[in-house]
Design a protein around this ligand. Structure first.
Ligand SMILES: Nc1nc2c(ncn2[C@@H]2O[C@H](COP(=O)(O)OP(=O)(O)O)[C@@H](O)[C@H]2O)c(=O)[nH]1
Ligand SMILES: [Mg+2]
Length: 446
């Protein structure tokens, strides 16, 4: 759900891959800025985040690891606000949560989702039907509660939502419920009457939580109305609904700093189970990619010599990648440890690591054959693969004790790998690295 943001961070981090000067940092920050704005992060939030990241990276000493650390720490800060995280229970049951928001924002759906979320955690939950504005509102809630086996308090004969709220609280106490969720009416825009009704319900129940449900698709408008609900009634947390929609995800980054209360839950679909708690530390780890980019950066920068990596990138770009480079790359990869653990750390490539589960790169027959073939080549052949004609290939085959078909296949694969590498080398270091991996994987299918 955070794909776009995750990609932004990755591309920014790549900018600083093999450099440690201010120019590389400026570059990385510029990339980060562009991608944050593209992901719809509020401009002021992006600006503040970038300046803290810059200050901290400089303080830590410019480098990829330091940059990553600065992003992680400052993102966590941006996502955190004073207040609860996840669902928090009052000291004395029932924990009463008021659900507020504009019409169509997803209040009713989110109420049921929260109930399901809590029920899965073995809590006894009651929902109060206090939206009497729309004719079908109670019926919608009735259906949803029925489908998900959630207890509902409603009163068809009562026209006053404040009274229903009070009755529901009584029932929740008598029935020893852990949580009472109060679904309320919304309007198309904030109005006096709506605010008055909510204030009265609030006064009657003294809710422990006041959740504001904002539609992600409404973007900054949604945030603005959250701010005004916070000013007029007070909210303790935001639930962002429809996060699975067209939005680019950036809106989640601004909630805490713009509204001043934590983002607590994110709705990710129409179904009752599509709700995720939003815990800043956990989200930051996900934003930085499912795989562990930090660990990967550590491994690659320590093992692949930076100068060597730069030289190889240049060669690949010029189409001069030869068998000596190929051998050197294989040695580097060997030093990196098992291929599969490495692939598992690259987001997007982790599925490949499963395929390679039983593949022992270093001791593979394929690897041994390739080494035998390369050692049967003359120095000139290694540096200039283009001189390899059929006669030479035949000589190499017999030198390596392989059939000519096997040798031909290897050369084809080498050519493809070099082509692939060239194709991707225009992009950043990480892309080079990934394409190199893909090339390797193609070269040694098993
Ligand atoms: N895709 C998607 N649809 C949602 C989500 N939350 C709510 N909806 C849909 O948005 C519409 C309005 O939701 P509803 O809960 O009735 O809004 P309310 O007027 O605030 O109570 C319904 O069609 C819901 O199915 C969500 O997280 N993802
Ligand atoms: Mg509703």
């Amino acid at each position: 759900m955070f794909d776009i943001l995750t990609d932004s961070f990755k591309s920014a981090i790549n900018k600083i891959r093999f450099s440690d000067d201010e120019k590389a940092l400026k570059n990385a920050l510029e990339t980060l800025k562009k991608s944050l704005l593209k992901a719809d992060v509020y401009h002021k939030v992006a600006k503040d985040l970038l300046s803290s990241v810059e200050i901290d990276t400089k303080r830590y000493g410019i480098g990829q690891k330091q940059f990553l650390r600065a992003i992680k720490e400052n993102l966590t800060k941006v996502l955190s606000a004073n207040g609860n995280q996840g669902f928090v229970f009052a000291a004395k049951a029932p924990t009463v949560a008021l659900m507020m928001g504009l019409q169509g924002s997803g209040k009713t759906t989110s109420t049921v989702k929260l109930a399901v979320y809590l029920k899965l955690r073995k809590k006894k939950v009651l929902i109060a039907a206090c939206d009497l504005q729309r004719l079908a509102a109670v019926e919608q809630l009735r259906q949803l509660c029925l489908q998900n086996e959630i207890d509902l308090y409603e009163n068809e004969h009562e026209k006053n939502p404040v009274k229903i709220a009070k009755e529901a609280l009584e029932k929740a106490k008598e029935g020893f419920y852990d949580v009472l969720l109060v679904d309320t009416a919304g309007r198309l825009a904030i109005d006096e009457e709506l605010m008055k009704e909510l204030s009265q319900i609030k006064a009657a129940l003294s809710p422990f939580e006041q959740f504001y449900v904002a539609d992600s698709m409404s973007g900054q408008d949604g945030i603005r109305s959250a701010v005004s609900f916070h000013e007029k009634i007070g909210i303790t947390g935001v639930i962002l609904s429809k996060y699975d929609g067209d939005g680019k995800g950036g809106i989640a980054l601004g909630v805490a700093s713009q509204v001043g209360v934590p983002l607590r839950f994110v709705g990710t679909g129409e179904k009752a189970h599509d709700l995720e708690s939003f815990i800043p530390e956990r989200i930051v780890n996900r934003l930085m990619g499912e795989g562990d980019l930090a660990t990967l950066a550590e491994k690659t920068t320590t093992v692949i010599d930076e100068k060597e990596a730069k030289a190889i990138t240049k060669k690949i770009q010029k189409g001069e990648f030869n068998f000596n480079d190929f051998l050197a790359q294989m040695e580097s990869i060997k030093k990196l440890g098992s291929m599969k653990s490495l692939l598992g750390m690259i987001p997007g490539l982790s599925s490949m690591s499963a395929q390679l589960k039983d593949f022992d790169f270093e001791n593979s027959v394929e690897m041994k054959r390739i080494k035998a073939m390369i050692s049967s080549m003359t120095p000139k052949e290694r540096v200039t693969p283009s001189v390899l004609n059929n006669a030479r290939k035949r000589r190499i085959a017999s030198g390596a004790g392989l059939s000519q078909m096997e040798v031909n296949r290897f050369f084809k694969q080498f050519e493809n790998a070099a082509k692939m590498a060239k194709k991707f080398s225009g992009k950043s270091g990480m892309a080079n690295f990934q394409s190199m991996m893909q090339g390797q994987n193609r070269t040694f299918p098993r």
